[in-house]
Design a protein around this ligand. Sequence first.
Ligand code: 13P
Length: 254
Amino acid sequence: MGNRNPLIAGNWKMNKTGPESVATAKTIATLASNSPAEIEIMIAPTFTALALVAEVISSSRIFLSAQNLYWEEKGAYTGEISADMLLAAGCSHVIIGHSERRLYFGETDNTINKKIKTAINAKLIPVFCIGESEEDRESGKTFSVLDKQVKKGLEGFSSTALATLIIAYEPVWAIGTGKTASKDQAQEVHLYLRNLIDKLLGNTLANSIRILYGGSVKPDNIKELMAMPDIDGALVGGASLDPETFGKLFNYLK
Ligand code: 13P
């Protein structure tokens, strides 16, 4: 097994203004200063809060992530945000291909592939999201859907290029619904994904890549999820918005 430090990541989605984000981040930074050092912590505020939050977490060990980026370097792309802009705002990570972006904003495996390429070239760490819908699961298509998302999303990359990549498995039916995949359901998929990475990109990457679980992760289920051998962290929506609750998540060992 590779050296896979657990990562607890908060995706704030379209919540919190700049000042609200700063207040939340300050509390998280305080809580993080007393938390186990081997557990990595990441937060992903909205674009307008990134630079402000970067300042308040600059002397903490919290990683800053954006929730999206555009693949072009610069130019006439009204409303879009480039990798350089994210780096200048203080980001080290970027979430790519979240199911809400696929569902509401027309993102495809192909656009996600371009975004991953842009992030890697800019030395931003991509948090690449995949997941099946309820319909996919009920019709027995979970693995074929994930297979396609991974193959297309990661098409054209070498294992070296993907050395920093983080995968987030988020079953769409478990996002914001209170329905968590059971620890065994999640482990089954995580192991499948690790084997798929092994097949596509080799054993070294398969052993070192971190695969996060996302979908209704809460303080009362994180411990059992994190105890599974192929679950390396959590990508958390709702329960990351309240700093005390999020603190319980990155202190799951306590
Ligand atoms: P919830 O934790 O609210 O289910 O959201 C999960 C998610 O989509 C994180 O990216």
